[in-house]
Design a protein around this ligand. Structure first.
Ligand code: RIB
Length: 309
């Protein structure tokens, strides 16, 4: 049994700069690096580093990045049999600026991720019987995510949908997902009202549960997250850590959430794992390089006993 991840695989081209450039401005940066990324691949690596059997379904391009991306996943322990090389596309890429203080801005170019389609759905269908959790995001075509969610739900496999990047979702999808994990911006676009106040965030979580998804988590960065189910709403505070790079913190959160649920952990414990993985990931640079290993996560949880608000 595995965590089955259907999603994007990107090469991240990262500039670290004192701040974000203004339109028309040329800004001197401190540092440049490339690192494997993509929301799907990052989440797969996050789950695999926690020693949970993880399979990735997706596409890389027929270019210099393709083999490196596939190999990076394999080295992290992800089963890459379902990662195809698309001979007619380039690999997905993301241009990222990380400013001092760790905030980031990203432009993502889909490349091969935009061509994920029926071949990947057929692969998913074949592997659903051996899956305990299906984990998806929105960097591959929405119709594919919809179909995959419907098939997983029919097969009785729990779907975690991280609806990133933000886009409108058809109503049916809420019923096919066991978990929905938007960040603040994505949740705002799903509910259609601003989420500045704590009450509005709680209301948004309740609205999303009302749409048919039984478990909703709105991630809030340094403020932690808000969890809602049919019983009510609760805040889970974030761990306080030194932040250098927030890229893929949400991916660490989702990968760890999937791993913990795969292990049959309680909702409370799964949220602690997810929060801890997100916290550890922001203490270092790069998307996949920042995903914590199991021993590190467990040691961090031991050092930081449960806190409630
Ligand atoms: O969530 C972070 C990821 O978003 C980056 O790795 C980048 O590739 C984009 O997909």
């Amino acid at each position: 049994m595995s965590v089955l991840v259907l999603g994007s695989i990107n090469m991240d081209l990262v500039a670290v700069a004192p701040r974000f450039p203004r339109p028309g401005e040329t800004l001197r940066g401190h540092r440049f690096f490339t690192a494997p990324g993509g929301k799907g691949a990052n989440q797969a690596v996050a789950a695999a580093r926690l020693k949970v059997p993880t399979r990735m379904i997706g596409r890389v391009g027929n270019d210099v990045f393709g083999p490196a991306l596939r190999q990076g996943l394999a080295e992290a322990g992800v089963d890459v049999e379902g990662v195809a090389v698309d001979p007619e596309a380039s690999s997905g890429t993301a241009l990222i600026v990380v400013e001092e203080g760790g905030q980031n801005a990203i432009v993502v170019i889909a490349g091969a991720n935009g061509r994920v389609g029926s071949a990947e759905l057929a692969r998913l269908e074949g592997w659903l019987r051996e899956a305990r959790v299906v984990l998806m995001q929105l960097e591959v075509p929405l119709e594919v995510v919809m179909e995959a969610a419907a098939r997983a739900a029919r097969a009785g496999v729990g779907v975690i949908l991280n609806p990133a990047p933000a886009m409108p979702l058809p109503d049916e999808i809420y019923r096919w997902c066991a978990w929905l994990t938007p960040n603040e911006v994505e949740a705002e676009s799903l509910v259609g009202f601003p989420l500045q106040e704590a009450e509005a965030i709680e209301e948004a979580a309740r609205v999303l549960v009302g749409k048919g998804c039984p478990h909703v988590v709105i991630t809030l960065g340094e403020r932690g997250c808000v969890y809602a189910d049919r019983e009510g709403v609760q805040w889970v505070p974030a761990y306080q850590v030194p932040v250098v790079d927030t890229v893929a913190a949400g991916d660490a959160f989702n990968g760890a959430l999937a791993a913990a649920l795969w292990e049959g952990r309680s909702v409370e414990e799964a949220l602690r794992w997810a929060n801890a993985a997100g916290a550890l990931s922001v203490t270092r640079y790069g998307a996949q390089p920042s995903m914590p290993h199991r021993e590190e996560l467990l040691a961090f949880l031991n050092r930081n006993p449960e806190r409630r608000r």
